[in-house]
Each structure stands twice: as structure tokens, then as C-alpha cells.
Design a protein around this ligand. Structure first.
Ligand code: NAD
Length: 264
């Protein structure tokens, strides 16, 4: 995509106060898109993030604190975008949480929360933005699934169910919009070193008596043939590609960006 290829477009990236979502928001802003940030976090840090993305890219950056587990909050966020920013042209469903426990001990409240945030929220945002995308005959929906949307690991049942479900939702939306200027696709990242993964590194390092560095190395060896973490910047680049004209016929794909994880 030529620089500034998304100037004038408005992008909502859910869960963009941290990690992968922040990287995607920065990559879209670098192409000129105005950004609606969303996610949890400290008010002062979020205000700084807004300011730095706006200043670096000369774009408008807004923030909405919708709790993605709550339908009313999501509806309020999309109403806010429609009235104050301009309708959403690019929707990146990224907010997500993880909980690791064997199925028989999996807390029911954690199951409900993971399905709500990682899957049901993506249904709500999509159903709310799609009518206006279709009326303008242009839109890009990118769902951040995971390699765990394609393959499973033990002790992550809710996350894996939600991420597999999100790939199904992406394909269904892609087919329902196939004859229009709206596309819907999913990205399936491997390990990315964000707070979500650092928590798992910390838990396993304590359990297995390894240093932080050795634990990371072991986790990469187990899953990722490249031996390297994927970066938020690389995922941002993939989202920018899916928003480009070159990707207009990329529809319903589940794109692994995973250092070779699912090739094994
Ligand atoms: P992260 O913890 O750094 O970021 C998660 C974001 O979601 C944060 O902005 C957080 O505030 C937001 N969030 C969490 N609960 C929320 C709620 N109830 N309402 C609104 N926002 C909420 O994690 P990350 O690694 O950047 O994960 C981002 C996405 O990428 C998730 O969907 C995750 O499943 C997926 N993913 C991550 C990896 C990885 O290795 N890190 C791999 C594959 C997929």
C-alpha cells in the first residue's frame, strides 16, 4: 500500500491499549487512518498513547472504554463512533483474554468471560458496523484469532473454543459480504511477547523452576520453528495489507503468522 493509503478512513481496534492491538492501531495510523482506541488501562497512559499516535501520524485518535464483555457498552461505542468520528470503515476485533486450567477445573465464570470477550463481542461489533459499511460499499473486518483457532493445546479450552469460533464467524461474514466491497478475514498469530503471554511465561517459569529467558526459549522451541516471537509490528503490517486494494479478493481466509507453528 502507498503511504497514506488509508487517509480519511476510520478504524476501530478493540483491545488497543496494549500489545498486538496497539501495534495494529499504530500501523493503521501510519497509513493515515483515524483511530478509535478501546481497552482497559490507566487513564493517563491511555491519554499519552492517544496523543503520541495522533502527533506522529497527523490523524485523529479517540478512545472509548467499552467493556467488550458487555453488549450495551459495545453498542454505546459504535453509536459514539457514528456520531462523533464518522462511521467505522475498518474493524479489527482484537480484544482478548486467556485463562489456563484443565477443563474439569475450568472456572465457569472464566469460560463465560472468554467466550464473551474473544467471540461474542466480535459478533456484536460486526453486526453493528456492517450496515454502514455495506451502504458505502467499502469495509474491512479483520479478526485476530490465533494458531489456537486452527490447532489445540491442553488447558486452554475456552480460548481454543472461542478462537475456532472466530474463524467460523469470519468465514460466514466473508460469504455474506462476498459480492460487496466489504471483506472479512482472520489472522492467526503464534506467540507474541505481550502481557497476555508474559503471564503464561511467569506462571510456567515458577512451576518449572526456570529463568524468564529459559522459559521463553522453551515455549518457542515447543511451538514455533523459527525460534522467534512474532511482533505486533508484523501483525500491524498484515492488517494494513488486508485493508489494501490488493487484498480486495482476499475473503474468508485464516492467515497464520506464527513462525511456522501450524506447518508442523
Ligand atoms: P494483551 O493482554 O497485551 O492485550 C489485550 C487487550 O485487550 C488490552 O488492550 C486489554 O485492555 C483488552 N481487553 C481485555 N479485556 C477487555 C475487555 N473486557 N474490554 C475491553 N478490552 C479488553 O494481549 P495481546 O497478546 O495483545 O492479545 C491481543 C489479541 O491477540 C487477543 O485476542 C489474543 O487472544 C490474540 N493473540 C495473542 C497471541 C499472543 O501470543 N500474544 C497469540 C495469538 C492471538
Amino acid at each position: 500500500m502507498q503511504r497514506n493509503g488509508l487517509r480519511g478512513k476510520t478504524a476501530l481496534v478493540t483491545g488497543s491499549t496494549s500489545g498486538i492491538g496497539m501495534g495494529i492501531a499504530q500501523a493503521l495510523a501510519a497509513q493515515g487512518a483515524n483511530i478509535l482506541l478501546n481497552g482497559l488501562g490507566d487513564d493517563i497512559q491511555i491519554a499519552r498513547l492517544r496523543q503520541s499516535i495522533a502527533d506522529e501520524n497527523e490523524v485523529d485518535v479517540a478512545y472509548h472504554p467499552a467493556d467488550m464483555s458487555k453488549m450495551r457498552d459495545i453498542e454505546d461505542m459504535i453509536r459514539y463512533a457514528d456520531s462523533d468520528l464518522g462511521s467505522i470503515d475498518i474493524l479489527v476485533n482484537n480484544a482478548g483474554i486467556q485463562h489456563v486450567a484443565p477443563l474439569t477445573q475450568f472456572p465457569v465464570a472464566q469460560w463465560d468471560n472468554i467466550i464473551a470477550i474473544n467471540l461474542t463481542a466480535c459478533f456484536h461489533t460486526t453486526r453493528l458496523v456492517l450496515p454502514s459499511m455495506l451502504s458505502r460499499n467499502w469495509g474491512r473486518i479483520v479478526n485476530i484469532s490465533s494458531v489456537h483457532g486452527l490447532v489445540a493445546s491442553p488447558n486452554k479450552s475456552a480460548y481454543i473454543a472461542a478462537k475456532h469460533g472466530l474463524l467460523g464467524l469470519s468465514k460466514a461474514v466473508a460469504l455474506e459480504t462476498a459480492t460487496t466491497g466489504v471483506t472479512c478475514n482472520a489472522i492467526c498469530p503464534g506467540w507474541v511477547l505481550t502481557p497476555l503471554v508474559q503471564k503464561q511465561v511467569d506462571a510456567r517459569a515458577a512451576l518449572e523452576g526456570l529463568s524468564d529467558a529459559d522459559m521463553k526459549q522453551r515455549m518457542l522451541i515447543e511451538k514455533q520453528p523459527s525460534g522467534e516471537f512474532v511482533t505486533p509490528e508484523q501483525l500491524g503490517g498484515a492488517v494494513v495489507f488486508l485493508c489494501s486494494d490488493a487484498a480486495a479478493q482476499v475473503r474468508g481466509v485464516s492467515l497464520p503468522i506464527d513462525g511456522g507453528c501450524v506447518a508442523q
